[in-house]
Design a protein around this ligand. Structure first.
Ligand code: KQY
Length: 364
């Protein structure tokens, strides 16, 4: 594995493909930390395993497991899933597995961004994050891909979406947050995204999902379903603080064009009614000195937009609520060629993200 520091992907002819382009496979990490996952992570591991199994129906899945969970992972995951022992601080593959870029010859390289647990010592979510920060390079080594070193720029994979045709999408609340790259201007951040992902236009949504502790990653509020079309998390409840947030995003999306000059078609994807932590769930979480914890009644950042596009399926969350079915039908209509698989994902949501956050695609 070569570590590339002297050039950038766009200059070398590499671009980040859209998630709906073909995949070689998907990377996941097995959850275990007891302050993120209730009751020692038992239910979370079952939910992750269901996601891995659904994705493995149409692409190769690699699950990284720490030493303590390796045997369990190997025992409960189907045999076609590759399990490798790799240490991490938590289980958010989207955010610290490599972002992959591809050139016209079909060569794939990784990008190793800096990771500081969603805001470092300003408003990060745990300390330390050193093992997570090494995963991108370790995975590129495992997959025999050269890797661009961009550790001086803090970025998580969940904070970017691309259409594969030169358009990127981020949120201002996240990319301009004080805990990430406060020394950079908005233009400098945008130029970095353009150079590394090979974009000609970056769309800056103002915000994301209410209460999303990542400073509102884009992957929880809005996603491309094809070039020129997005799904946006939506609520009609004007009494919900999310209403103004989704409306601000809609108004922004209605007045921009993408890299190809298209006006975006926006599909609204209704959110579930607020999903909140129970006292029983809170009792199941270990504490972590000086770090935020959950409290009974706390609203979680539940959104159906946090789905994964695999080669053959859409793997989306369900929350065991009546709104699940309408959301499934909308996504099925938007992706007629891929069967939608809905997985009960409350135990992933409790950790602070969802199915998109725990997966990272490797393009073909
Ligand atoms: O990408 C994500 N949504 C990760 C959230 C991490 C939360 C840590 N508890």
């Amino acid at each position: 594995m070569k570590i590339i520091k002297e050039s950038v992907p766009a200059a070398d002819g590499f671009r980040m493909p859209a998630e709906f382009e073909p995949h070689e496979g998907c990377i996941m990490i097995f959850p275990e930390r007891p302050d993120s996952w209730q009751y020692g992570g038992y239910a979370a591991r079952r939910a992750f395993a269901a996601v891995a199994e659904a994705i493995a129906r149409s692409e190769k899945v690699t699950v990284c497991a720490g030493e303590a969970q390796y045997d369990n992972a190997r025992a409960i995951l189907p045999e076609q899933i590759r399990v490798v022992e790799m240490s991490s601080n938590d289980a958010w593959a989207r955010d610290y597995a490599p972002t992959f870029v591809k050139n016209a010859k079909g060569e794939i390289r990784g990008i190793d961004w800096g990771f500081n647990a969603w805001g470092g010592l300003v408003d990060g979510l745990y300390f330390p994050w050193d093992k997570d920060n090494k995963m991108a390079r370790k995975l590129c080594d495992l997959l025999e891909k050269d890797v661009y070193c961009k550790r001086d720029f803090i970025l998580e994979g969940g904070s970017i979406h691309v259409d594969g045709e030169g358009t990127g999408m981020v949120t201002e609340s996240c990319l301009l947050s004080r805990g990430r790259n406060p020394q950079m201007t908005r233009d400098e951040i945008e130029d970095t995204l353009k150079e590394y992902l090979n974009l000609s236009r970056v769309l800056w949504l103002p915000c994301g999902i209410y209460g999303d502790e990542t400073n509102e990653h884009v992957d929880n509020i809005c996603a491309f379903v094809k070039p020129g079309e997005v799904v946006l998390a939506w609520t009609e409840d004007q009494g919900d603080p999310q209403y103004a947030m989704s409306k601000a995003c809609l108004e922004y999306l209605e007045q921009v064009t993408d890299a190809a000059g298209r006006q975006l078609k926006v599909h609204k994807l209704p959110l579930p009614k607020p999903v909140t932590m129970t006292a029983e769930e809170c009792r199941g979480l270990d504490g972590c000195w000086d770090e935020p914890t959950r409290s009974p009644g706390e609203r979680l950042a539940a959104s159906y937009v946090n789905f994964y596009i695999s080669n053959g399926n859409i793997v989306m969350p369900g929350f065991g609520v009546p709104e699940d079915e309408a959301a499934r039908e909308i996504l099925q209509g938007l992706f007629p060629e891929r069967e939608v698989i809905q997985i009960y994902a409350r135990d992933i949501l409790i950790g602070g993200g969802n199915i998109h956050c725990i997966t990272q695609q490797i393009p073909v």
